[in-house]
Structure formats: structure tokens, C-alpha cells
Ligand binder design. Structure first.
Ligand code: MG
Length: 347
């Protein structure tokens, strides 16, 4: 039975809730510069000439930063200060295709006398996740010949697809909290180029495939080999998507800056020691082939991301007596030419 006291309390809370909602609605209607829900109606444009990052703010939100020669533009702060609507996250930008708005904001900041108020020194940034809730997270297994060989696997005749979930997504400079030993202990690195989709792609040709790509990032397909390969029959997906097992960053670099994604140096360092050193030209299925193949199976949407496979040099590929699995305290750096160095620690 509802007592009078609890009824009054509930009614009071409801009134307060309604009032708060009304205030929020009014604020949204009046000012959209805070990235509140909206319906973008402009043309669908992918970002160009852009190096973007994610900033973790004091209020816990993760919002967009634009890297420029003069520092990083804090997009949320700039949007409010200059009263220019702009997408506040990379995912919003990609899904809406609202790059035009971001271009306007950047141009206004660069010509404004108040620009310094929205510029941040990159070294002071706590990086947030570039992606928090992509529509699809697709991964490619065994996509470099020398890696397939070191893993004692056949060279695949079609791309091997598997997935991660968004619990795996993590930021540049993150710390991956390893699970207890009884769950898993054979931890391994896999530096990979991440392909970021910018337009809906269904059954596209290899010749057209790159027109659907918004950009690329450095990423890690961090792996637990015991879960992936040794649990009764090996559960590939389980070994790949524990919490935080998918760091991405520090940057999203627009596709026009990269040009050919099939000729980039790709490396991994563990505690400063080089472990992987190859080139994306060594992929069995290049970015074009991957997109053409996947888009035959399902529609790729703006904001979908593809881990494109790792080269040789992983711990799994070493002779058994030389395998020293990663452990708490290790520091990993993944480096891809033109895309930047992704760093993270293990704990
Ligand atoms: Mg991989």
C-alpha cells in the first residue's frame, strides 16, 4: 500500500522530473550548440582533410577534437562559444554525414579572434574513445601470409570474418585490466589498420570500394590466445572481445589524407622492443577486396568499423619455448604510418 508520505515524495519527484524535462526541451529548442538530439538535414558529406580525436571531458563525456597546426579545437566548446551547430562525436559526424557543419566550425574558429579560448594543447588531453557504439564491428582473421604461416594456418581463400562487441572499444593511452589468471593468461598483441566506413555500401565493386571509406585509424585486436584457441574447441570471438580488448587511436585520419591504404608501415613495440614490423601492402585481401566481399554479405553503414588483420610477429607465432605472454605492467605501442602511434598499458 502506498503511504501518504511516500505518495507525496513520489508526486514531488514526478513534478520535479516534469519540470526538468520541460526545461531540457526548452533549452534544446532554443540552443542546439550542445549537441542535443537533432535531425540533421544537410547533404551527406564525409570528412576530408581532417585528423580527428576524442577528448574525455571532466563531465565524463567523450567529444570531438580537430587536430590543427595550432593545437586541437575543442568542438563542443567552439560550437557553444561561436553558436555554430556541429557534430560532437565522430560517430554522429559519420552517421549524419555532417562534415560540412564541422568544416564551417573549423573555418570560423580559425578566423575568430576568440579562437584561443577553444584551442587545447594536445599534450593536455585525456583521450576518449573514438567509437563507443558502432553499428558493426567486423574483424578479419589471418589476412597476412606470414601471419597465417606463423600460426600454422592455411592461407584463406576468402576473408575470415569474426567480431568484437562495443565493450571492447577503448581509447588511446588506456589501461587494459586483464582478467584473473583462471579466466585467461595468454595475452597477445595484434596491431591492425582500422577501416572506417563513411557511406552505406551494399554489393560494391573493388574498383569503387574505397569511395565508401571515411578514414582509417591505428588499432589493436588484443587477444587472449587460450580463450581463442584452447577452450574446448577454441572460441575465436570470445578470445577477442573481453572488456577493453579493442583500443583505437589516437586519431581518425580522413581517407583523402591517407590515399592508398595498401602501402603503410605497420609496427608493434612491447616495452620499447619491436615485435611486429610489416606493411599493409602484405595483406592477402586489401581494403578494397575486404569491403567488396563484406558488402556482398550485408550492408556496411557509416560508422561501421573493420579491423583488417595483423602481420606476423605475434607471440602465438613464436616457438612454444619462447612464448612469453603479455602481463600486467607491459606497455604496448602500435604504430601505423600516417595514422599515428596508439599506446596502452596492461594492469
Ligand atoms: Mg586480428
Amino acid at each position: 500500500m502506498t503511504s501518504r508520505r511516500s505518495f507525496l515524495k513520489t508526486a514531488g519527484a514526478m513534478t520535479a522530473g516534469v519540470a526538468a524535462a520541460a526545461t531540457a526541451t526548452t533549452a534544446t529548442a532554443a540552443v542546439k550548440y550542445d549537441g542535443a538530439a537533432r535531425h540533421y538535414k544537410g547533404p551527406h558529406e564525409m570528412p576530408t582533410k581532417m585528423t580527428l580525436l576524442s577528448m574525455k571531458n571532466a563531465d565524463g563525456t567523450e567529444t570531438l577534437g580537430v587536430k590543427t597546426a595550432d593545437g586541437v579545437i575543442d568542438v563542443r566548446r567552439a560550437s557553444k562559444l561561436l553558436r555554430i551547430v556541429a557534430p560532437l562525436t565522430l560517430e554522429q559526424l559519420l552517421r549524419e554525414g555532417s562534415a560540412g557543419e564541422l568544416n564551417k566550425l573549423v573555418a570560423s574558429v580559425q578566423s575568430s579572434s576568440r579562437a584561443t579560448a577553444v584551442m587545447v594543447d594536445e599534450s593536455s588531453i585525456t583521450h576518449g574513445r573514438l567509437f563507443t557504439n558502432p553499428g558493426k564491428i567486423i574483424c578479419i582473421g589471418l589476412n597476412y601470409r606470414a601471419h597465417a604461416a606463423e600460426a600454422n594456418e592455411k592461407v584463406p581463400s576468402v576473408p575470415i570474418l569474426f567480431n568484437k562487441y562495443n565493450n571492447a572499444l577503448a581509447a588511446h593511452n588506456c589501461t587494459i585490466k586483464l582478467p584473473p589468471r583462471e579466466v585467461s593468461y595468454k595475452f597477445d598483441y595484434e596491431t591492425e589498420m582500422l577501416i572506417v566506413m563513411g557511406k552505406a555500401a551494399r554489393d560494391v565493386s573493388e574498383a569503387d570500394a574505397l569511395k565508401y571509406v571515411a578514414g582509417y585509424c591505428t588499432s589493436q585486436d588484443f587477444s587472449a590466445r587460450d580463450l581463442q584457441l584452447e577452450t574446448p574447441a577454441g572460441q575465436w570471438m570470445v578470445g577477442k572481445t573481453l572488456d577493453g580488448f579493442g583500443p583505437i587511436g589516437p586519431y581518425f585520419v580522413s581517407a583523402d589524407i591517407i590515399g592508398d591504404p595498401g602501402n603503410l608501415k605497420i609496427e608493434t613495440y612491447v616495452n620499447g622492443e619491436v615485435r611486429q614490423s610489416s606493411n599493409t601492402s602484405k595483406m592477402i585481401f586489401n581494403s578494397q577486396k575486404l569491403i567488396a566481399y563484406i558488402s556482398k554479405m550485408w550492408t556496411l553503414e557509416p560508422g561501421d568499423i573493420i579491423w583488417s588483420g595483423t602481420p606476423e610477429g605475434v607471440i602465438l607465432g613464436m616457438p612454444k619455448e619462447k612464448q612469453v605472454w603479455l602481463k600486467a605492467g607491459d606497455e604496448i605501442r602500435s604504430s601505423i604510418e600516417k595514422l599515428g602511434d596508439l599506446k596502452f598499458k596492461l594492469a
